[in-house]
Design a protein around this ligand. Structure first.
Ligand code: ZN
Length: 116
């Protein structure tokens, strides 16, 4: 039986072999997407005073490009074909809007990664 560590070692060896087979380094995932910051409203209730309010939460939106540019190889194209647009939540905390509370509370009940 292979241990977990051994498996990883094997995968790395294969990875190195694949990279050296191609002349270009693998494309960064960032090359697949256009990035934009976006604000989206979410209804949250404060953990301290339990008041529900709408808060604007910051997201990083990664929209898949229509086509890959620059030097690509079959590996990049296969990864690009599988890539999907998604959003990453940037804010972990919001400040309560209740003037008598104003505490910072952690955002819960909102996913941190959303596929589009
Ligand atoms: Zn509050």
């Amino acid at each position: 039986m292979f241990g977990k560590g051994r498996h990883r070692g094997l995968a790395e060896t294969i990875g190195v072999a694949l990279i050296s087979r191609y002349n270009t380094p693998p494309m960064d995932e960032r090359d697949f997407f256009d990035e934009n910051e976006s604000l989206k409203p979410a209804n949250l209730s404060c953990l301290f005073c339990h008041q529900s309010e709408t808060y604007e939460i910051r997201w990083l939106v990664r929209t898949k490009k229509k086509a890959l540019r620059g030097q690509t190889d079959e590996r990049d194209r296969a990864r690009f074909a599988k890539a999907r647009s998604y959003m990453l939540r940037r804010d972990d905390f919001v400040q309560c809007k209740n003037p008598r509370c104003r505490k910072r509370f952690e955002i819960s009940g909102v996913q941190s990664v959303v596929f589009l």
